[in-house]
Design a protein around this ligand. Sequence first.
Ligand SMILES: C[S@@+](CC[C@H](N)C(=O)[O-])C[C@H]1O[C@@H](n2cnc3c(N)ncnc32)[C@H](O)[C@@H]1O
Length: 215
Amino acid sequence: MSGEQLPFDGRQYQARFDALAASGTDVHGEASLVRRYSPATVLDAGCGTGRVAIELSRHGIEVVGVDMDRSMIAEARRLAPGIEWIEADLSELDVGRTFAVVVMAGNVPLFCPDGRRAGLVATCARHLAPGGRLIAGFQLDRGYLLDEYDGTCTASGLALEARWATWDGQPFSAAAGKDAPGYAVSVHRSPVADENGPMPTAAETSGATHESTTR
Ligand SMILES: C[S@@+](CC[C@H](N)C(=O)[O-])C[C@H]1O[C@@H](n2cnc3c(N)ncnc32)[C@H](O)[C@@H]1O
């Protein structure tokens, strides 16, 4: 399949989340999961209007946001001019530094033209520091399957560390995406540099008790 609903209207996209937040809905589930890993630096890959990056920045985390959609990035810049926002296609980007976490929230690969998805994931992997984590959530019933995503992660040197059905840690069922539509939040990790020792797991840093399926 090819990218969905492009281009975006950044103002309209943000207005939907503003309305949800105003109605009391928690719109920061993705940022909450990322924060459990206590990263000092985060690359928000496919940042849109900056919903996740801005929330992480509010908690003192150094963030960079990248998106190829001009309208989305313009809205992110308007909302948080102090954050570094890069308008670029992630399938062929070099930001020139690495991050403790790269996050893809909100179905990013589904909005990427399919011929560029492997490049998107490989770019995310290349921007991880040793022991860093790629955290991504997307629907499994829209033509991009976990096997393909996992395959690109593995080819990029990452190992699957955890997988949930939701950003708040509901258990993942292997039937999702095959026998039933579903959603997966995956955490893949880059190899740990020996001399620094392993980075802490989410459970170690926060006492989180999420069940995870590691395979
Ligand atoms: C549904 S939006 C999610 C935005 C934001 N992460 C959020 O959760 O609110 C998906 C975003 O992924 C971006 N995207 C998809 N493929 C991309 C690529 N190859 N490079 C940069 N941005 C990409 C789209 O432009 C779009 O803004």
